[in-house]
Write a protein that binds this ligand. Structure first.
Ligand code: GAL
Length: 662
């Protein structure tokens, strides 16, 4: 259900103020407040002495105003008394140094003693707040994401390896430990991948990243199990920092245990606003983690920063960001934060209210959104995005590339964005799926740099194409085996049959000028300038759609297209400038039998949420000047409460939401 919320830290303010806050929230249409995150020292000032009356009181005041609480487990900030009593709960960095108390996220996920402390505080909260109608949901921790390399983690890693491999012989063979005489005769000899070793074994390193992801997932699972044991019906989520920011865990795995996914949306982290297109892609990624019912658990509502800070959102910008998230599948928007803190590391991370707590223009804007949400709630109920294009990404590929990108300019998601951009500019939606997703709903799947490919994934993709799917992959795909060894098969390894071609040689262009590619007639002729890598192709059953026109591999195929069963597989052997994708993606959409809407006006975004009976269109204008969109037959302008059709003028930073009956 479409709801509005705020991140609220009552412990930062005198209790006399709480009633005013609750009233002002109610007046702004806020019905959810996220509480208790980072409040451990106040909830348990000393070991085993929980003090939750204050929280109860805050929850009560809010509830009387129609505001339910999202209760957070406070484990992202272990209190000083705990760290003093048990210093070994502190994490150690990759150099093997313990971090010091004084910030947050300083704990070790594999510390059994920290896990017991976590159990205790979560249980204390449950004893008081389980099955409580004031609670809307629980949030685990805060933005999971750091790795630890302490001796305890090393020990847990070794158990994980024992479970995975059974014998050191198998481990030695998987990692190729004969290289540099690293063969292990006992699991106890295996180290974590610390820095300063002169280069870690890539097999070991990848396993550590997998192990660590599992460690975070299991840390969270223990909290989830505890919450469910006391309150089986309550919904549980976690506020993820999605995509490129934290790759410390596989977010698909993390979210598998949750009832819904949440994402912290900062379109203007500190200085420059993220391009709306880039933010749209992250929103799509976050939504795809569960495929439905996403929340924005932190929606930026002020200037961000700590030592220095960025600009304030312009009038209308908070509303625009809000509707971008809603248009891309968010159902609840929780603004970060209700009021800007007067102290602490984030005293310049501005929220809705400034330090003074007085109403301001940002508060008025949120209030405005609150009124609009009450109009939009029903039409948006049960709507979802129904996308027919998928981007396939796997953490295995991403992690293998982070260990050895081969080329420092290789930007995994930057590459995705080049394919995403022509879709975005036409209002075509996309989901971000992983290797476990059923691909049959997607006529087109784009899988840039599918670097590490298991035989199972190769078989899945082959079946997908044989049954009529169109699959695109790109340079440096199928290079790594599941053990993070380079395959001994001609590249793209297990994908060669599917793409009907092999890579004769690959060239790294990091320190070389781009090489021109002559595009075939189907792609409109012309020249694309390649960069990052060139995979020089040898065709088997495939045919070429473009050829290199430079270097010693001039005239060799650069793009191959292969028909297999009822479908098509296309291998693009290089990365290029945006212009190439602006031609290639529309062409491939048509080949996949998908519609090709016209380009939207510059700076305009269009998304659709739908049910079987109606569609709700979101038209957003990011420009500071007007834009005109043609909405065709149109429907009802939900915010203007009037029929709308044909060309419509969007004001600067304007939003148009139209309900169309199908
Ligand atoms: C988020 C975090 C919040 C706050 C915010 C602004 O990533 O979850 O606690 O730190 O950033 O910095």
């Amino acid at each position: 259900m479409l709801l509005l919320g705020v991140a609220y830290y009552p412990e930062h303010w005198p209790q006399e103020r709480w009633e005013t806050d609750a009233r002002m929230m109610q007046e702004a249409g806020i019905s959810v407040a996220r509480l208790a995150e980072f409040a451990w020292s106040r909830m348990e000032p000393a070991l085993g002495r929980p003090e939750l009356d204050w929280l109860d009181r805050a929850m009560d005041l809010l509830y009387k105003r129609g505001i339910r609480t999202v209760l957070c487990t406070p484990t992202a900030a272990a209190p000083a008394w705990l760290v003093q009593a048990e210093p070994d709960v502190l994490l150690q960095d990759q150099k093997g140094h313990p971090v010091s108390f004084g910030g947050r996220r300083h704990y070790c996920f594999n510390s059994e003693s920290y896990r017991r402390h976590s159990d205790r505080i979560v249980w204390a909260m449950l004893e008081r707040f389980a099955n409580d109608e004031r609670v809307a949901a629980w949030q685990t921790d805060n933005e999971f994401g750091h790795r630890c390399y302490c001796p305890r983690c090393a020990e847990a890693f070794r158990s994980w390896l024992k479970h995975k491999y059974g014998t050191t012989e198998k481990l030695n063979s998987a990692w190729g430990t004969i290289f540099w005489s690293q063969e292990y005769s006992d699991f106890s000899q295996v180290p974590p991948p610390l820095l300063g070793t002169g280069g870690n074994n890539p097999g070991l390193h990848l396993d550590y990243l997998r192990f660590f992801s599992d460690s975070i997932v299991s840390f969270q699972k223990r909290q989830i199990d505890l919450i469910r044991s006391a309150d089986p019906k309550v919904s549980i989520t976690h506020n993820t920092m999605t995509m490129s920011i934290y790759d410390d865990m596989d977010l698909y795995d993390l979210c598998a245990d949750l009832d819904f996914a949440s994402w912290d949306n900062y379109p203007m982290w500190t200085k420059d606003a993220v391009a709306p297109r880039s933010n749209a892609m992250v929103a799509d990624y976050a939504r795809s983690l569960k495929g439905k019912g996403m929340w924005i658990m932190e929606q930026q509502s002020g200037a961000g920063g700590s030592r220095a800070f960025g600009r304030f959102p312009s009038p209308g910008e908070i509303r625009l960001w809000t509707y971008q998230a809603v248009g891309r599948g968010a159902d609840t928007i929780v603004y970060f934060r209700w009021r800007t803190a007067r102290f602490g590391a984030e005293q310049y991370w501005h929220g809705i209210l400034d330090h003074s707590g007085l109403p301001n223009r940002r508060y008025e804007e949120v209030k405005h959104v609150g009124r609009e949400f009450s109009v939009l709630r029903d039409p948006l109920d049960t709507t979802s995005l129904r996308n027919r294009v998928a981007f396939l990404n796997t953490y295995d590929s991403r992690w293998a590339l982070s260990i050895q990108p081969g080329n420092a300019k290789l930007d995994y998601f930057g590459h995705f964005e080049k394919y995403f951009s022509p879709l975005y500019r036409r209002g075509i939606g996309a989901d971000f799926v992983n290797h476990r997703t059923d691909l049959t709903a997607y006529p087109l799947v784009v899988a840039p740099t599918l670097h590490l490919v298991s035989d199972e994934l190769a078989a899945t993709l082959t079946e997908y194409v044989k049954h009529g799917g169109t699959l695109v992959t790109t340079y440096r795909s199928g290079v790594k085996t599941v053990d993070n060894q380079v395959t001994d098969r001609p590249l793209p390894g297990p994908l060669a049959g599917l793409f009907g071609c092999t890579v004769e040689e690959y060239q790294n262009l990091e320190q070389m000028p781009g090489v021109e590619v002559t595009l075939g007639d189907e792609l409109g002729g012309g020249i694309a300038l390649s960069s990052v890598f060139n995979d020089v192709l040898t065709l088997d059953t495939a045919r070429a759609l473009g050829h290199y026109a430079g270097s010693h591999y001039s005239a060799r195929p650069a793009i191959a297209i292969n028909s297999l069963g009822k479908g098509t597989a296309i291998y693009v052997g290089f990365e290029s400038e945006q212009g190439f994708y602006d031609t290639f993606v529309p062409w491939v959409l048509s080949r996949a039998g998908l519609p090709l809407p016209d380009l939207l006006p510059d700076s305009v975004e269009h998304t659709v949420r739908q049910t079987d009976t109606h569609r709700v269109h979101f038209w957003l204008n990011y420009a500071d000047t007007e834009r005109t969109v043609d909405i065709g037959e149109g429907g009802t302008d939900l915010l203007g409460k009037a029929p709308a059709r044909g060309p419509i003028v969007l004001e600067p930073l304007g939003v148009l939401i139209v309900r169309e009956t199908t």
